[in-house]
Design a binder for this molecule. Sequence first.
Ligand code: AAO
Length: 471
Amino acid sequence: MGIYFLLFIVGLCWGQYNPNTQPGRTSIVHLFEWRWADIALECERYLAPNGFGGVQISPPNENLVIADPLQPWWERYQPVSYKLCTRSGNEAEFRDMVTRCNNVGVYVYADAVVNHMCGGNAGAGNYSTCGSYFNAETKDFPAVPYSAWDFNDAKCKSRSGDIEDYQDVPQVRNCRLVNLLDLALEKNYVRSKIAEYMNYLIDIGVAGFRIDAAKHMWPGDVKAILDELKDLNTKWFSAGAKPFIYQEVIDLGGEPITGSQYFGNGRVTEFKYGAKLGMVIHKWNGEKMAYLKNWGEGWGFVPSDRALVFVDNHDNQRGHGAGGTSIVTFWDARLYKMAVGFMLAHPYGFTRVMSSYRWPRYFKNGVDVNDWVGPPSNSDGSTKSVTINADTTCGNDWVCEHRWRQIRNMVIFRNVVDGQPFSNWWDNGSNQIAFSRGNRGFIVFNNDDWSCLYALIFSCLFPPARPTAAA
Ligand code: AAO
């Protein structure tokens, strides 16, 4: 009885680290900027049959509509209220998506933008996606409602009111991130409005949350909000299941705010993973795949069971956020397949596959001046649907990396080798490596330009002689 009780308590405490995916489904995919109607279809026609565990969706709550530049992707990170209508769809479409995905065992993880509301210079007269009135200049958001008292400006000690110095912890957490109105999360009222929004999504059936800009919130404030969250909807999840939590904390080292400060709340996004894997795959700074032998904690990453990992994300694939030029993306298809393939073969972390849209990348002085361009859209501004070509790839400028044959196959590989040890490492001292996952899977990578895999092939064709029974 005592042991069962202890296990029960441990289960309760550890729930938020568990992705809640179905057994044998070990990855999620970020369908960045997809419409809810398309995600519902994708769950049914592709993700469930191919063993994907879930989908990270773009923020589902009402946001500011930006005219200049015209409806950038990042307007969705400027909340106006917690009503569920965006260019991805309205509340009915959202509910339909969650229900249909859940019914085929593919779960939904919402991007929760709760650190802030929209940028401080969006005065009255600006548009929002559900038509809610607001005035950022007077900090008035009646559709929540929030008013000036619910924001942090009085606590911020920087000169501009924005974050100016990432070495100054109170500034990073109390000032405005790029002028976004910073919510006063120590207030019970603000916490309760955020928890109400997240609980609304839980009741609809979401399985967890990406917590946007978690670095800019005090870990204790995040915890206070999470403590108010309900268990998951028992229509699809077992009684007592907690929402999966992964917090966006950019920690590449060198700053006082670290990922580990947030372990009490859930997992964290491990940004070193994509930044360093990119260096290796590009072979920059003398890096080579042979060095991946101790990949994971051995490279200074957070513990595997606290990590959410990815090769690129919606920010750093276009120069936002962190990671720099080493980040590998779909624009370098060969390298990208290798990087994602390695991520999915290796046991470290909980894996998220990126699924992007193509935009007119245009570099001026090394900077992509089109880094703002939103999803493929029609002339009325609505998002184009994801069309599927005869060869199963996507049309309308949706890249659908998750449908690339090699990536899809590696998602299945990860499911098959789930729980198996990382073993039988081989490398040629350069960029040819191989390893197994127990006795269920074996994978070989060749990122050397100059040779085929002689050593490996040789040892397979001519294995060392074994003593026979007679001898
Ligand atoms: C837009 C406009 C702004 C305008 C604002 C308000 O671009 O000019 O002021 O509206 O009107 C996204 C876009 C933003 C956009 C925003 C709102 O990326 O451009 O602003 O929507 O529409 C920091 C945060 C991190 C954040 C990241 C972008 O810590 O949380 O910036 N990511 C999330 C989302 C993101 C979203 C938001 C947050 C806001 O994923 O899509 O913004 O909801 C250092 C720090 C990092 C910091 C970066 C970037 O990183 O460590 O914490 O990320 O700087 O400022 C090396 C270093 C590395 C460093 C990096 C960059 O790699 O090792 O530590 O360089 O300097």
